[in-house]
Structures are given as structure tokens and as C-alpha cells.
Design a protein around this ligand. Structure first.
Ligand code: SAM
Length: 279
């Protein structure tokens, strides 16, 4: 189902007029793809969708959730986790506290990956873990830390690459059992994070477009991976500015492996491989 730019505008303006959600600066291409999917799933025309969104708050919330993409996995893109293990986290080893913010954390696998890595490096106790997302459904899953195992078999492979193996020294192999961090139940098809992990993070609803930093603290590391790809250049710039203001002076920002920072705001960061350090 093809939708026109005018129809997209009509939808976005309606949502803005009846809620706090503002998709004005989302990238048009990915937004229209997601909106088309919502129309097909609901078997609706754009006119009917707009009318229903205007009238029914619960339906509006559901549509917003369907439009935002939630894909994630444990140790997604192991290269970045190896960079964190060998290049980034050691810089903070001597600090007494380390503040980490996962912006756009989805169902929480990124948060638990970080905590497993921190624990293996002896840094979990001194870490404050903050995690936010726009979508309260994914946050509920994140808080529980329970996932379908069959969708997550790759997790174990990623875990091995990041936690057990050392890409710089093949003889350095750490035999860390999965059961230290999560329970696998193949008959029930579940992978459940241990309380050691689930009881620590502060998961909160936050809209990156409107809310800025809701935690009244600055951060050593901000991860915002695979979130800003849906935003246009102006909105990305605004958020990179917000992150810059909320990083400590030696802090750094981690983006998704296929994302990069463009324009004048990039001059405020020093890029080292996949990591952006605050200048
Ligand atoms: C593809 S997931 C990325 C999850 C994780 N960071 C990763 O890379 O595996 C993108 C997440 O961004 C969230 N998101 C989209 N727009 C947002 C906004 N304006 N404010 C906060 N979160 C947003 C979505 O709800 C979704 O959970």
C-alpha cells in the first residue's frame, strides 16, 4: 500500500495534536515503510487510521509502538562489545563510580550485555545503569529480562565472542558458564536473566525527541544504538548536542555499527573507531 507525503503529514500532525508524540523529524523513508505496515496489519486506509487515532488513546499508543522498531539482541554486533571490553571500559576502571545510559534500550538485551561485561571486568558493583525507551511494552519485557530462547540462539555465539574469547590473544580463553548470568530452559523455550542482573538497572520511559536527560546526573558512557537511524539530520544533531551536554568530560558515546555523526556537531567529539569521545 503506497502512501503519499501529504498522507504522512496528515498522520503526523494528527498524532502531534492529540498526544506528546512528535514524528515530524523522523526520516521519511523509514517512517512511511512502518506506517504502511501498520495500515496493512490493521487492514485500514490512512483516513480511517487517522480518525481512529484521533478518537482512541489506547489505539494511538499501540500505533506508536508498532511504528518504532524494537529489534535487538544480546551482544549485538560483537565488535563494539570487544571495543568496550578492551578499549573503552578500562579507561574507567580506576573511577569509584561509572554512570551508563542506554538510550533506546528496547527489550533490554543491550543493558544485560553491558552488565555481564562489567561483571566480568569487576566493575559492575560501581556501575549505575540507566536505560530508557519511548515504548513501555518493551520496557516491561526489559525489566523482566525473560526472552524466547529459540529466537536467541545466536546470543550464545555472541556471548562466546565477547566474554570467553580474546580476539587479540587466542590463548586467552575464559570459560564463563552461561548459567552465571541466565537460565536456559529449552523445553519452556526461555532464557531468563538472573536477579544479579535484573535488580540493578533503572528502566524509565523517555522520549529522546522531547525529554532530554531525565536522570539528573551526567554519564561516562551513553549508548544510543540503532535508534537515531529513524530520525532526520536536524533531529540527530539536536540529540548529539544533548548527549554532549550530558557526558562527563572524559565520557563517550556509542552509536550503532552502521551509524555515524555528520555535520558541525561532530567537531565536538573525537572519533576513535566506533566510539565518540567528548572533546
Ligand atoms: C532498534 S531498537 C534498538 C535497541 C538497542 N539499542 C540495540 O541496538 O539493540 C530502537 C529503539 O528505539 C526506541 N525509540 C524510537 N524512537 C524513540 C524516541 N523518540 N525516544 C526514545 N526511544 C525511541 C524504540 O522504541 C526501540 O525500542
Amino acid at each position: 500500500m503506497e502512501i503519499t507525503p501529504e498522507e504522512i503529514k496528515l498522520f503526523i500532525n494528527t498524532v502531534r495534536s492529540v498526544s506528546e508524540y512528535d514524528f515530524k523529524d523522523y526520516s521519511e523513508r523509514s517512517f512511511s515503510r512502518r506506517l504502511e505496515k501498520v495500515l496493512v496489519d490493521n487492514k485500514m486506509t490512512i483516513t480511517a487510521l487517522v480518525a481512529k487515532v484521533r478518537k482512541e488513546k489506547a489505539f494511538l499508543e499501540q500505533v506508536v509502538k508498532d511504528i518504532t522498531v524494537n529489534t535487538t539482541e544480546l551482544f549485538r554486533d560483537p565488535k563494539i562489545w570487544q571495543a568496550l571490553r578492551f578499549r573503552v571500559l578500562p579507561r574507567f576502571e580506576n573511577q569509584s563510580i561509572i554512570n551508563i545510559w542506554h538510550a533506546g534500550c528496547s527489550t533490554g538485551q543491550e543493558v544485560y550485555s553491558m552488565m555481564i561485561l562489567l561483571n566480568e571486568m569487576g566493575m559492575l558493583d560501581k556501575a549505575n545503569i540507566f536505560a530508557t525507551d519511548l515504548n513501555t511494552d518493551v520496557l516491561d519485557v526489559a525489566k523482566k529480562g525473560e526472552y524466547k530462547f529459540r529466537f536467541n540462539i545466536d546470543y550464545l555465539d555472541n556471548f562466546d565472542k565477547v566474554i570467553k574469547e580474546n580476539p587479540y590473544n587466542y590463548e586467552d580463553y575464559r570459560d564463563v558458564p552461561y548459567s552465571k548470568y541466565f537460565d536456559l530452559d529449552k523445553t519452556k523455550d526461555t532464557l531468563k536473566m538472573k536477579p544479579l542482573l535484573t535488580q540493578k538497572p533503572l528502566f524509565r520511559k523517555q522520549n529522546l525527541v522531547k525529554d532530554g536527560n531525565i536522570f539528573y546526573t551526567k554519564f561516562d558512557i551513553i549508548l544510543c544504538r540503532n535508534v537515531l537511524i529513524y530520525f532526520n539530520h536536524e533531529l540527530q544533531t539536536q540529540i548529539f548536542e544533548t548527549f554532549h551536554q550530558n557526558l562527563f568530560s572524559n565520557g563517550c558515546l556509542i552509536l550503532g555499527i552502521h551509524e555515524s555523526m555528520l555535520g558541525p556537531v561532530a567537531a565536538k567529539y573525537k572519533r576513535r573507531g566506533l566510539v565518540y569521545f567528548k572533546k
